[in-house]
Design a protein around this ligand. Sequence first.
Ligand code: ADP
Length: 183
Amino acid sequence: MSFTVNKTRVELVRGDITLQDTDAIVNAANSSLLGGGGVDGAIHRAGGPRILEECKEIRARQGGCPTGQAVITGGGNLTARYVIHTVGPVWHGGGHNEAALLRNAYLNSLRLAHEKGLTSIAFPSISTGAYRYPIEQAAAIAVSAVREHAENYDLPRLIRFVLFSDRDLIVYQAAWDAANPVK
Ligand code: ADP
């Protein structure tokens, strides 16, 4: 499934983020930047030790990455040239600013990609694994943040959501349709 927003193509696919050929892939990291399970573990395994070394350098400079912010490293052994590490919120019931923080995680990742002049970027479903954000709500925030960025900026030209299961893909497709009704 793909859509055009302004000059940007938005794609929703099922797949493995570590295999994407986009300029950057986004990591659902934690604030320590020292790696973890889920997509974070998969990216560090596939990309090799250089990514963690760069994360440690960033950590030494700025003490990790606050929730909702994003930092960038090289892609190590990945096909993608860069990894943008962002930290989504842990779900605590919805009354702890989770929605704004998740939105910031997407927008700050896209802003970094824009600043670097990157043409393409791939996102996983941030916060909906170990961080337990309900995926229907997370998907609505993700698609609206991506649409907002694409309406305002011409880069990246391709924004791809890479969902890890068929069910997750269906939820994101439904969120896109709900936010973009056929006129
Ligand atoms: P968080 O801590 O932000 O919740 P997780 O890594 O636990 O991050 O999960 C985020 C999402 O990433 C989940 O939907 C999970 O199924 C998915 N995921 C795990 N591995 C991969 C992968 N290799 N490619 C794409 N998505 C993945």
